[in-house]
Design a protein around this ligand. Structure first.
Ligand code: SAM
Length: 284
């Protein structure tokens, strides 16, 4: 079955009376070239979790390259479709649930034991960021996360300091992973085509963060504070977020070489770590 073919997709739709639900981000991929790139980038040999299999186009390709595929799909209507389209894949398990409400650590230990696995997906765009944040913050035993996302989201995640795209999500992803764009994907390669262009983003999980702060929670509080009001100076953001006196803060910032009038979006990961250690010392 050629699951990338528009005719096959239409035939399946007709056979099962399936209509796309826009609210579930159902834009199905029709490019075997892009699917090959996702599979190749995903380092999925030991096992892979897929989010949102749809009709199973990526699932099918992953099952050829991986020992085991566990796919999480929210739409109950797709379960019988997947039974049909994946009938020749005996290493695929479908779990009918909402990925955001799922204990992924438990799924990984139940289904894959101690193996380090990967995540691969053409994500539903209405929840791209919460899914990526969950995958990272749950501290799962992952090699890499390879996901199709809106092009702008991929650019934000890969953005360097002092650019308009750099934000809290860039810092979170770059702290735990090395991100890169594998390929750009035009909207015309999906049915139905989404309103935005897309990109395949690879997040290679780091063994350890590139900078170390005494208190990781304080590091991320500083990141949140720094990006809380983009037009304000870092000093103003920090003093209103932490409820602290500006003159004392300002002097401390100068002492670690961070000019108080800078904007939060100019800070590198190293500077965020220095700032977090400074705040940790002041709040002790
Ligand atoms: N993998 C297929 C492909 O590439 O053609 C479909 C990708 S489509 C962009 C997103 C898929 O995610 C749909 O199958 C949709 O039903 C599913 N989905 C949406 N929200 C979800 C959620 N919260 N949890 C799990 N799956 C979800």
């Amino acid at each position: 079955m050629e699951l990338t073919s528009i005719k096959t997709i239409k035939d399946i739709q007709q056979k099962f009376g399936f209509t796309f639900k826009k609210g579930l981000g159902q834009n199905f991929l029709t490019s075997s070239g892009v699917i090959d790139k996702i599979v190749e980038a995903s380092e999925c040999e030991n096992g892979v979790i897929e989010i949102g299999p749809g009709f199973g186009v990526l699932t099918h390709a992953l099952s050829k390259s991986s020992k085991k595929v566990v796919s999480i799909e929210i739409d109950q209507r797709l379960i019988e479709v997947l039974d049909y389209t994946l009938s020749d894949c005996d290493n695929v398990k479908i779990i009918n649930t909402d990925v955001l409400k799922t204990d992924l650590s438990k799924i990984i230990s139940d289904e894959f034991g101690n193996a380090k696995i990967s995540v691969a997906a053409n994500l539903p765009y209405y929840i791209t960021t919460p899914i990526i944040v969950k995958l990272i913050e749950d501290k799962l035993p992952l090699n890499s996360i390879v996901v199709m996302v809106q092009k702008e989201v991929a650019q934000r995640i890969c953005a360097k300091p002092d650019t308009k795209d750099y934000g809290a999500i860039s810092v979170l992803c770059q702290y735990y992973c090395t991100p890169c764009i594998v390929t750009n994907v035009p909207a015309s390669l999906f049915v139905p085509p989404p309103k935005v262009d897309s990109a395949v983003l690879k997040l290679k999980l780091r063994d350890k963060p590139p900078v170390s702060a005494i208190d990781e929670a304080m590091f991320f509080k500083c990141v949140k504070a720094a990006f809380s009001q983009r037009r304000k100076t870092l000093l103003n953001c920090l003093s209103s977020f932490f409820g602290m006196d500006k003159s004392e803060l300002s002097a401390k910032m100068e002492s670690i070489g961070i000019t108080p009038s800078r904007r939060g979006e100019t800070l590198t990961l190293q500077e965020f770590a220095a700032l977090a250690d400074m705040m940790y010392g002041m709040q002790k």
